[in-house]
Design a protein around this ligand. Sequence first.
Ligand SMILES: Nc1ncnc2c1ncn2[C@@H]1O[C@H](COP(=O)(O)OP(=O)(O)O)[C@@H](O)[C@H]1O
Ligand SMILES: Cc1cn([C@H]2C[C@H](O)[C@@H](COP(=O)(O)OP(=O)(O)O)O2)c(=O)[nH]c1=O
Length: 208
Amino acid sequence: MTSRGKFITFEGIDGAGKSTHIRYCADLIAASGVELVSTREPGGTPLGEKLRELILHEAMHLETEALLVFASRREHIAQLIEPALARGAWVISDRFTDASFAYQGGGRGLELVKIDTLANWVHPELSPDLTILFDVPLDVARARLDATRELDRFEQEKADFFLAARNEYLRRAAAEPARFRVIDSSQSIDAIRVELDAIVAALLAGAA
Ligand SMILES: Nc1ncnc2c1ncn2[C@@H]1O[C@H](COP(=O)(O)OP(=O)(O)O)[C@@H](O)[C@H]1O
Ligand SMILES: Cc1cn([C@H]2C[C@H](O)[C@@H](COP(=O)(O)OP(=O)(O)O)O2)c(=O)[nH]c1=O
């Protein structure tokens, strides 16, 4: 019988370097011969990508925002994540439910108990096997964003928002040390890759 694949999520405030390092980790895992599905949230399915457009660009009530990220997630799990894990593929997702706690909870101030309720409804059984948190001071993240791209509705938020999001990520990492690996993302890309090499090697060894 095929063993279930591993579910790995990447988290961090905008500009922490997730996208940069996901590609690197995806290549390492795929090179080992494991089938790998690389995806993102909000999004990951045709409907989820439409919801992503709304979430990132339309002003809306805070609870509408939370419901939409979980609606996108519900579809993502049903259409892509669960089928992939069940057939033995590994799934890497650029963000998952920790981002809802950090952004809707920490950043926007939605009661965490409401996010817990949605998480328990949408994926009572599913939790990442590993979450890599790219942790970076706000000014470093902001400088990287300003240098590179047009900012969406979240990226235009003020420092307080990102400080609260970062703190919520760190709080969650401290509460679940077995699931999280926290990377100091103010280091150089090469230094971070050395840490990622060790994390991925340990994961692949565990699955062998
Ligand atoms: N460790 C790093 N040192 C310097 N620049 C970085 C580092 N990590 C990422 N960058 C750059 O910062 C920008 C934002 O990175 P990105 O991976 O898109 O962040 P995220 O996906 O977390 O928002 C990109 O231009 C990227 O090349
Ligand atoms: C998954 C998720 C993302 N978000 C936000 C965080 C990000 O600012 C935004 C999009 O994430 P991301 O894909 O990291 O943005 P980019 O492609 O610009 O790097 O969505 C939430 O607010 N809640 C969530 O549950």
